[in-house]
Design a protein around this ligand. Structure first.
Ligand SMILES: Cc1cc2nc3c(=O)[nH]c(=O)nc-3n(C[C@H](O)[C@H](O)[C@H](O)COP(=O)(O)O)c2cc1C
Ligand code: SF4
Ligand code: SF4
Length: 432
């Protein structure tokens, strides 16, 4: 099988699958079993400063969004950083790293936004043998109200300042974990780079309220009648995370900044997508919290098989492969024309494609007698909506018209590549 070993900012691990800082990496008991199950590395649950430990709520701390089959699509949490004493965590980290020298162990940190607490905690973890630190500038709830987590990650100047302190007071490779609760991820990414970060990791959780109980009128999860916004993660956030990772990889100023991809990674495919868009490795939380540590086995075998099929010798051959193809809208070929085609042998005659095209797209699917559905090429704009709503995979496909072929909708021959920048209708105005 292909060699899955990974090296991320000099940190080696048997594979590119790390557990993200969260309950799965909360303690020695978990981390040992995670390594035994096959995880290449862990980012230990975020440590805070010495003193009285953090206090979590003792009521429900999670809320979830489920699919129709009750599969968990999104998870919301109001948990804080570790609520275990600093010294206990430090002892455990030291023991675990000693016993698993070939596995990656990165320590996540969050302390008040002043130089002294950062210097102090870095000194405390100096002798643990940890491979690096991850600065938690991401958690959007609880700690943010105290001026930490996303309260730092939303201010590029603070990101830069704290990163500089960390680089000044330690030799640890430094990963800055970014919050997605910003309008443009490039500002915090550039700030981390300017501050001397060796890498960024993203995304942390997205600010969210899962649901509202319609009897009590309280947001859920509910603590004694009240609810607070929490952090959203899991498969639902993957598209947001992929875009942010791609933004960093596409931008010339940040293109060489190593990225650890996080957000909804559940399968080996998800991981490859993150890596193809520029991530050097991936971190996983919700998938482990939903299916247990052994889910990594499927990620390992799937990635290995994929790499063998593609002839990739190492995971680095995947990293960034899709970046040149991730472009701005204005670069897209306006002469690329496709038409929906329904495979009558696969069609179960449910009619969903007809209804959605009729009501919300371009009235391009006929319903003939006997519930036979057929695409009218003269109306089809190739929006892909019918493909997305059809319950039968592969039943509706998109056929690409050849250059020179006549598009029945426009009556024009399909031309060569041409984009918006040279289009005659482009008179310089933009729109949403
Ligand atoms: C219950 C819970 C607790 C978390 N605690 C932390 C934390 O202490 N530090 C941190 O950096 N991220 C924390 N996270 C965020 C995860 O590390 C990760 O960034 C996020 O969940 C997205 O990945 P996922 O979609 O694989 O879950 C937490 C997530 C969850 C669900
Ligand atoms: S691709 Fe869009 S326009 Fe074409 S048939 Fe399907 S829904 Fe209608
Ligand atoms: S949605 Fe799919 S299965 Fe249903 S009628 Fe249309 S093509 Fe057939």
């Amino acid at each position: 099988m292909a060699d899955l070993s990974s090296e991320f900012i000099g940190i080696k691990s048997p594979n590119p699958f790390w557990l993200a800082s969260a309950p799965p990496t909360d303690k020695e008991y978990n981390v040992r079993r995670a390594y035994e199950a096959g995880w290449g590395g862990v980012v230990w649950k975020t440590l805070g400063e010495a003193g009285p430990p953090v206090v979590n709520v003792s009521g429900p701390r999670y809320g979830a969004i489920h699919g129709a089959d009750r599969r968990l699509l999104g998870l919301n949490n109001i948990e804080l950083i570790t609520d275990r004493p600093l010294e206990v965590n430090i002892e455990e980290i030291t023991r675990v790293k000693k016993d698993y020298p070939d596995h990656a162990l990165v320590v996540s940190l969050m302390v008040p936004c002043e130089e002294k607490p950062w210097r102090d905690i870095l000194r405390r973890i100096e002798d643990t043998g940890a491979d690096g630190v991850e600065l938690n500038f991401g958690c959007p709830h609880g700690m943010a109200e105290r001026g930490m987590g996303s309260a730092v990650g939303q201010v590029p100047e603070y990101i830069r300042m704290v990163t500089e302190w960390v680089k000044k007071h330690s030799d640890f490779p430094c990963i800055v974990k970014l919050t997605p609760n910003v309008t443009n991820i490039l500002y915090p990414a550039k700030a981390a780079l300017d501050g001397g970060a060796d890498a960024v990791s993203l995304i942390n959780t997205i600010n969210s309220i899962t649901s509202v109980n319609l009897d009590t009128f309280a947001p859920e999860p509910t603590i004694d009648g009240w609810g607070a916004h929490g952090g959203y993660c899991g498969p639902a956030v993957k598209p947001i995370a992929l875009n942010m990772v791609a933004e960093i990889a596409r931008n010339p100023e940040t293109a060489n900044l190593p990225v650890s991809g996080i957000g909804g990674v559940t399968t080996w495919r998800d991981a490859v997508e993150f890596m193809a868009l520029g991530a050097g490795n991936v971190q996983v939380c919700t998938a482990a919290m939903t299916y247990g540590f052994r889910i990594v086995q499927e990620m390992i075998s799937g990635l290995g098989q994929y790499m063998d099929e593609k002839g990739f010798g190492s995971v680095t051959e995947i990293v960034g492969r899709a970046v040149p193809n991730a472009r701005d809208w204005q670069d897209l070929n306006l002469n690329y024309v496709t038409k929906a085609v329904i495979d009558q042998n696969k069609c179960i005659k449910c009619g969903r494609c007809h209804i959605v095209c009729e009501d919300t797209s371009h009235q391009a699917i006929w319903m003939h007698q006997g519930r036979v559905f057929e695409v009218n090429d003269a109306e089809c704009v190739a929006c892909n909506l019918c493909v997305n709503v059809c319950p039968v995979e592969g039943c509706i496909t998109m056929r690409e018209l050849e250059v020179g072929e006549v598009d029945e909708r426009t009556g024009k021959k399909v031309g060569q590549y041409a984009n918006w920048t040279t289009h005659p209708n482009n008179i310089g105005a933009g729109c949403g």
